[in-house]
Design a protein around this ligand. Structure first.
Ligand SMILES: [Ca+2]
Ligand SMILES: [Ca+2]
Ligand SMILES: [Ca+2]
Length: 229
């Protein structure tokens, strides 16, 4: 295992460090291959950024995070550089839809899961944060969309009358416009799914790791899935 994922950059004027989780290999797009995140600062400290890459128009990346302050939770790709037409969505740990956004407003293709939304998470706990191309949409076992349909700029909740309600895959509605590229997700109210440094050994054994201060990406040519959990 060589690719490692965390970096910590203490702020000079701000006592809260920014902590970035860097995608290790390719984060999975199934419930069985959700990528854990970790924070060497401990469970009560924020995970402020997730940085990764969509390798194709049909790559979706799922990350497990801990939302410790549901009212303050938000996630956005607005204001970042890189991959341009994201959609972001939040799922329960068992893959039920919570909320999704494609475009934060009519002037951007970047996405925001807003804080304080009536559709947002209610209780603290572990959740799955997903990122994909706009139109590469999560579905259930019958290929039914997990999220309500709506305008590109809508914040959308779970689809009604869905059975089963959990994630089973994705359907490609990108019509060939899906693209590959880097993304950066900025978070509030959220921490890592593996909060304690002592847990890192278990994460490493599962194929996901974290080394302080490293920003090194997966070496080019390394099989994308060999390091995913
Ligand atoms: Ca990826
Ligand atoms: Ca992926
Ligand atoms: Ca978008």
């Amino acid at each position: 295992m060589t690719a490692i994922a965390c970096s910590v950059a203490p702020a000079i004027a701000n006592p809260v460090a920014t902590v970035t989780w860097h995608e290790v290999g390719d984060a999975g797009q199934t419930l069985a291959s959700v990528q854990q995140t970790s924070n060497p600062n401990g469970s009560s400290q924020p995970l402020t950024t997730i940085a990764g890459n969509l390798e194709s128009g049909t790559d979706a990346d799922l990350y497990m995070i801990s939302i410790y302050d549901p009212a303050a939770f938000s996630a956005t790709t607005v204001g970042t550089t890189g991959f341009g037409d994201t959609q972001l969505f939040l799922l329960t740990l068992t893959g039920q839809a919570i909320y999704l956004n494609d475009d934060a407003d009519s002037g951007t293709f970047f996405s925001t899961l807003p804080g304080g939304s009536p559709l947002g998470p209610i209780s603290a706990g572990l959740y799955i944060l997903g990122v994909a191309n706009a139109g590469y949409d999560p579905v259930n076992a019958f290929n039914e969309l997990l999220f309500d349909i709506g305008l590109f700029t809508d914040v959308r909740g779970p689809a009604g009358n869905l059975q089963p309600t959990s994630l089973a895959g994705f359907t490609d509605n990108t019509f060939g416009f899906g693209a590959a590229g880097d993304y950066t997700i900025t978070l509030t109210g959220a921490g890592a799914s593996v909060p304690e440094p002592a847990s890192l050994l278990l994460v490493a054994m599962a194929g996901v790791g974290c080394t302080l201060g490293s920003r090194r990406r997966k070496p080019a040519g390394t099989s994308a899935d060999t390091l995913a959990a």
